[in-house]
Design a protein around this ligand. Structure first.
Ligand code: ADP
Ligand code: ASP
Ligand code: MG
Length: 442
């Protein structure tokens, strides 16, 4: 018998009907032995995800003047969980849990603890509904003192725990710090938990069930009915998810990659669709297309320094990057000219300290000028087929220029797996559309 680990996202567990569908999917294949649920997500477009409600409650609980709003917010959370239990016809009393959590949020429990309770309660209810064991993630997903995920220790503890359970639910998104406090991954982190569980279970497949029939070639919010990607490699997917294709958390690749476990993105509302397979290497699967996918993000700023004879000054780039390093800022790209050098960073990261960075650049480099431009969007055109196909860059650039979009920056990864374009934020969607149209019928 093979083992499948199945993760269900928030939209797949938004209400009792969705819980029933999830139960059917699990029951349809006895290999689906370990299940990682998210917190209930949106039921309709302006609904609020349970996780967002929990963050809101946590904030309201910090201030005595918002006590009433806290009460309302928390009772809305309780009502959603109680509603799911009632609609499922379950004889399951979670009122003790709800009171405990409420007091903890009002007391000393941290922000991460509050946020994690969505997954915790969702997991308890699903375990009760389908009769699987419940493994609390705080016993098996472990972080280090510095807040980073402890992959080795988790693997050891989780492998031993899973061996004790034929079938189990392990809630996504959170784990435990060595000091006994709950810690979450970043948003969307249940995908990471699923991947960690798949590795520890020695799974043959990690199924990630969501609200789309696979990874699309472009964001469905920008391109109407985009083509689904049949197969994508871990590396391509990492590029795409890092650049904003949010269907899978960008860090969810690592645990399964170690073990070579494929991920299958599937649609809970259309379980018959094959979805997308994410695999170790392209040679495992045939690839018919040059471009695998397009993704992008807004919200970047460009710091440019100009300095005559910069090219002859050894160590200039290092000193420039050190300024960002000293300020704890990660950089995305570093396009250079002979006498100019630019560093592209996320605007949200630099905003509070932009003046400080400009001053440091002036002091450290003594350049002719330092300028900062905001409002840049980055678009990644990703495809393992690009190495072999001649003229891909030319096709990308002419498609973009035919759409009358001005390209402000170009970067091609040394792997030839991607071409990154920087454009004005207002041109972002037009640019994605232009590239999509150029390559979609390859
Ligand atoms: P879940 O709640 O199941 O974790 P997410 O909302 O995290 O689901 O991810 C699924 C969503 O990702 C889709 O509904 C879609 O709006 C968005 N998305 C962005 N880029 C893509 C893409 N390239 N392909 C598919 N979905 C995408
Ligand atoms: N519920 C968490 C979030 O909204 C984690 C997840 O959905 O993966 O970010
Ligand atoms: Mg998600």
């Amino acid at each position: 018998m093979s083992i499948k680990v199945v993760k269900f996202g928030g939209s797949s567990l938004a209400d009792a009907d969705k819980f029933r569908r999830v139960a059917e999917i699990i029951a349809a294949d006895p290999d689906r032995r370990y299940v990682v649920p998210s917190a209930p997500g949106k039921r309709f477009s302006d609904d609020i995800k349970i996780t967002d409600m929990l963050y809101q409650c946590y904030n309201l609980a910090r201030d005595t003047s918002t006590k009433e709003e806290f009460e309302t917010c928390y009772s809305n959370i309780c009502a959603r969980f109680q509603g799911i239990i009632a609609d499922l016809g379950l004889d399951f009393d979670i009122s003790g849990e709800l009171t405990y959590i409420k007091n903890a949020i009002l007391g000393r429990a941290g922000r991460d603890f509050a946020a994690s309770r969505g997954e915790y309660l969702s997991g308890l209810i699903l375990a009760k509904f389908i009769g699987f064991d419940f493994i609390d993630a705080e016993n098996v997903i472990l972080f280090k003192d510095n807040g980073t995920f402890d992959a080795d220790k988790t693997h050891e503890v989780l492998t031993a725990e899973l061996a004790r359970h034929e079938r189990a639910i392990i809630p996504g998104f959170y784990g435990l710090m060595p000091n006994g406090t709950v810690k979450t991954f970043s948003r969307g982190g249940s995908d990471i938990t699923g991947s960690i569980v798949a590795r520890a279970a020695g799974a043959d497949l990690y199924e990630n069930w969501t609200d789309v029939s696979g990874f699309m070639m472009a964001d469905p919010r920008i391109i109407k009915d985009p083509r689904a990607i049949e197969t994508v490699t871990y590396r391509e997917l990492r590029e795409l998810s890092y650049m904003g294709a949010t269907v899978l958390h960008e860090d969810a690749i690592f645990p399964v990659r170690i073990a070579g476990i494929p991920i299958n993105i599937r649609n809970t509302m259309r379980p018959g669709d094959a979805g997308t397979m994410i695999v170790a290497s392209a040679s495992d699967y045939d690839n018919k297309h040059i471009i695998t996918g397009i993704a992008g993000r807004r919200g970047f700023s460009v710091f440019t320094v100009e300095d005559d004879l910069m090219n002859s000054q050894i160590g200039y780039g290092r000193r420039m990057l050190e300024v960002f390093e000293e300020n704890g800022i990660a950089f995305e790209h570093m396009p250079t000219g002979i006498d100019t050098m630019s560093v592209i960073v996320a605007t949200a990261d630099i905003d509070p300290i932009r003046e400080k960075i400009i001053a440091s650049l002036n002091r450290t480099l003594k350049p002719d000028s330092v300028t900062v431009d905001d409002g840049l969007a980055l678009i990644a055109v990703v495809g393992r087929g690009m190495v072999k196909a001649k003229g891909t860059a030319a096709r990308v650039f002419s498609a973009v220029s035919n759409a009358e979009v001005n390209i402000k920056m170009i970067d091609q990864g040394s792997s030839e797996l991607n071409i990154i374009l920087g454009v004005e934020e207002r041109d972002f969607e037009v640019c994605v559309k232009a590239i999509y149209d150029e390559f979609v019928n390859d």
